[in-house]
Write a protein that binds this ligand. Sequence first.
Ligand code: SF4
Length: 365
Amino acid sequence: MRNHHSRTARKKASTAELLLAWYDANRRELVWRAKPGEAADPYRVWLSEIMLQQTTVAAVTPYYRAFLKRWPDVKRLARASLDEVCAAWAGLGYYSRARNLWRAARMIATQQGGVFPTTAGDLRELPGVGAYTAAAIAAIAFDERVAAMDANAERVIARLFAIEEALPKAKPKLTELATKLVPKNRPGDFAQALMDLGSAVCLSKRPRCGDCPLSAGCRARQFGIAETLPRKAAKRPRPLKRGAAFVAVDRVGAVYLVRRPENGLLGGMLQPPLGEWGAAFPARAAALEEAPFTGNWLKKPGLVRHGFTHFELEMEVYVANFIRRPNGEGMWLSAPDLAGAALPTVMRKTLAHALDEDVPLFKIS
Ligand code: SF4
């Protein structure tokens, strides 16, 4: 039936009907997704949506399984300590999500008796839940008629209606157009169908229009501009920051770590002591003024690189061995403890570089 206008069709199927029929035959199996006909659990939808923010399905899947096994519902998650949650999150990136996840769990457990809010408007009050996430939970878990606009949904809608205005300015218009398409029945499946179509068929490069259930009504396809949409406002290049990291090692191989302040970048996570970040690497003498202890610091050849949302970081790594542990406010952790510690990826890379280990040694198991 694809690409086929039948003059005899009694009633033209709506966009939602076409999309849902496609979804029924092609839906992705995802660990957090309810089976067809099964009610979706808001806790699972919420947990998966927070994890999926700026992160791929493949990266999220093992973390999602581990979280669900350890904390099968929101009340149990609320009883965990922030440190336990951050440690379990380590490696997934964007750590403010872990703190917000924990804070939101506490709010739901203490103020709402462990029951999730049911509308997108109320869900948005939770820490870490933005417009998209609120709409996704409301649609998928509570069948509210709202459009959940992630990048996949935005792309499909921009193409369907040939919207040439650039993102992010076009967002409200795309949301409005999508909202009008949401059917009374199955708004949750509609939201997931739009995401699945975007990830499997309406690809950003080379959309597979020949396999698309919406191709007959797609204006971007008709105009031959699908691949150029959605337009995006030019991004500013990310600035580069540089600095030094100090890895102190004791005679049994334990390393010295300090905790970052609760708020801000990588808040509450552990790291080896770092110097200030600037446009250039500090010269050796200036760098060593920032070292946590006096010692025989040797600069490792090479660099550690890491991309954050708003900047790129490059670090030179200084290593010193100590027979006796110098006194400091931080803590000494040995290799087995490092595996379960709240260490973000960039700091795992730094330790791996310092100790000539492969990063996997420090990965979560
Ligand atoms: Fe995307 Fe092509 Fe389908 Fe239009 S016809 S929605 S461009 S895959």
